[in-house]
Design a protein around this ligand. Structure first.
Ligand SMILES: Cc1cc2nc3c(=O)[nH]c(=O)nc-3n(C[C@H](O)[C@H](O)[C@H](O)COP(=O)(O)OP(=O)(O)OC[C@H]3O[C@@H](n4cnc5c(N)ncnc54)[C@H](O)[C@@H]3O)c2cc1C
Length: 329
């Protein structure tokens, strides 16, 4: 019988990504509700030393698959290894982060395992021993409650920045297990030729705690410097609407929305963004939304916790000055 909760750990260059701590923490809560063990599955090359520390966040066991062909991530290699481990270990629940990598992995993995999967969930619960997943639908206008009839493991991905991370308990460490798997070269159809890094040093939008975002109301690329100044002061990343990206003012990697990134920061400041449904689809689960727009009827105000009806070219520099004074004083 399927037993236990498994979470797939995401790492890049040996550094554990924040989403991994989020799903381990959530996995702990689900494992407790089921009265079962939590196993974190860590794949990579030379990453074993990172394993035990995952116990601080609630993992009972960490299964490590160590192989040079598992770093950097490729869908082929990860799916080949994880599906073997899942078939052998038969977990009841399998959680993956809904990051760019996690969404790619989970989709292929669920097809390979022939199980259903709920993508980009914002909450989980256990009812009658089964996983119940809540996920936004219709661009965040409604929430669907997803249950799984017969498929095991019950599989879901969790939206980054939504689930709370457990306070680390350094007195607890996880039992580290070497995963047993075979990886045939013939199974690997893709090879990473080169990794081109974003040199900006900014936190990726999907992991950002705060985002200052600008739309068509910014009037031109040169004006983003006022958003960057505010963002630097408060430790935020800069995002954009699709209009700004389509106009060539910002790179596509900055786009928030249905065809851009889905973000859930603690603070989202929308400047000169009308709040089209496709934009809201990417940011409506942000914890606090501030909208600055000179049109009082802009739809963004229906989602905003704080709304400022004014010219952003007056408000943003004034806000930056106030933050400076606050930080100095
Ligand atoms: C299939 C599809 C997918 C899409 N995907 C996305 C997506 O991923 N992300 C996305 O953002 N959009 C997406 N869109 C586009 C979306 O429908 C909107 O066109 C877009 O979000 C509008 O961008 P905006 O709010 O910057 O521009 P606008 O709608 O033109 O709004 C500009 C706003 O700025 C305000 N403004 C102007 N000047 C000032 C000023 N000086 N001070 C204050 N406020 C000012 C105006 O009042 C206005 O509300 C998609 C559309 C389709 C059809």
């Amino acid at each position: 019988m399927a037993q236990g909760v498994w979470t797939i750990v995401e790492q890049r260059e040996g550094e554990i990504r924040k989403i991994s701590y989020e799903i381990i923490s959530e996995g702990r809560r689900l494992a407790d509700a089921l009265g079962q063990e939590l196993t974190a599955v860590l794949l990579g090359a030379g990453i074993k030393e990172k394993a035990a520390g995952l116990g601080h966040y609630g993992a009972d066991k960490v299964m490590v698959a160590d192989d040079p062909r598992l770093d950097p991530y490729t869908t082929d290699a990860y799916v080949a290894v994880i599906s073997q481990l899942v078939k052998a270990g038969e977990p009841a629940l399998l959680l993956v982060g809904a990051s760019v990598q996690g969404k790619d992995l989970a989709a292929r993995l669920s097809a390979n395992l022939d199980v259903g999967m709920a993508q980009d969930c914002t909450a989980f619960a256990i009812e009658d021993g089964n996983l119940v997943a809540i996920r936004p639908i219709y661009a965040g206008k409604a929430y669907a409650k997803v249950t799984f009839e017969n498929s095991r493991p019950q599989m879901a991905t969790a939206r980054p920045n939504v689930m709370a991370i457990n306070e680390p308990d350094t007195s607890k460490s996880a039992e580290v297990i070497d995963a047993s798997f075979t990886l045939e070269d013939s199974a690997l159809k893709t090879k990473v030729a080169e990794v081109i890094k974003d040199e900006s040093g900014k936190v990726d939008l999907t992991e950002a705690d705060k985002i200052v975002s600008g739309g068509r109301g910014m009037k031109g690329p040169e004006n983003y410097k006022i958003l960057e100044e505010l963002a630097d002061l408060i430790g935020a990343s800069v995002g954009a609407s699709r209009s700004a990206v389509d106009a060539g003012w910002r790179p596509h990697s900055d786009q928030v929305g249905q065809t851009g990134k889905v973000v859930s920061p603690n603070l989202y400041i929308a400047c000169g963004i009308s709040g089209a449904i496709q934009h809201l689809a990417g940011m409506s689960t942000s914890k606090v939304i501030v909208a600055i727009n000179k049109d009082p009827d802009a739809p963004i105000f229906q989602k905003a916790d704080y709304g400022v009806v004014a010219d952003l070219f007056d408000v943003v520099p004034a806000l930056t000055e106030e933050v400076k004074k606050y930080l100095e004083g």
